[in-house]
Ligand binder design. Structure first.
Ligand SMILES: Cc1cc2nc3c(=O)[nH]c(=O)nc-3n(C[C@H](O)[C@H](O)[C@H](O)COP(=O)(O)O)c2cc1C
Length: 135
């Protein structure tokens, strides 16, 4: 089974989460801007909330690679507690991409909120979540 971990991160929080997941799955975390390497059975898409939505770069990645993605699994962080899962699922399914119902979300540091999140425990939970999605 081919597994990819992709992320978009403006400030580093989502990158930290993606790298923890990638390490647990023994793959390399890559940004959504990097070219795709063939088809992937499962793509763990780490995409956090900016102005209420996933970044445009994430949407572009899904659109450009829809045919090569077997299943998307969403992981995210945000200040509010709200995930990008619902918006990504709706948009990706419109493009014919299967998106798992299960998703991972944790707080992400923003201004004075959620200092140091995601922390080591968040990263461990994300890694455990990702491994469980492959069983
Ligand atoms: C420009 C900007 C807009 C944001 N908008 C929201 C928002 O609408 N809702 C929310 O809950 N968090 C919002 N956040 C907080 C981010 O989701 C949170 O800091 C996240 O961990 C950022 O991940 P990153 O460090 O990988 O970019 C925003 C952060 C930034 C920088």
């Amino acid at each position: 089974m081919k597994v990819e971990v992709r992320y978009h991160s403006r400030g580093g929080n989502t990158k930290r989460l993606a790298e923890a997941v990638a390490k647990a799955l023994k793959v390399t975390a890559r940004t959504v801007e990097e070219p795709v390497e063939g088809k992937a059975d499962v793509v763990f898409l780490c995409a956090s909330v900016y102005a209420g939505s996933p970044d445009k770069a994430v949407m572009t990645y899904v659109k450009q690679n829809a045919r090569d993605i077997g299943r998307l699994v969403v992981l995210s962080t945000s200040a509010s507690g709200k995930s990008t899962h619902a918006k990504l699922k709706a948009a990706a399914e419109d493009m014919g991409v299967t998106v798992s119902e299960a998703y991972f979300h944790c707080p992400g540091a923003f201004l004075m909120l959620h200092k140091n999140r995601p922390n080591a425990e968040d990263c461990q939970r994300a890694a455990d979540f990702a491994k469980a999605q492959l069983k």
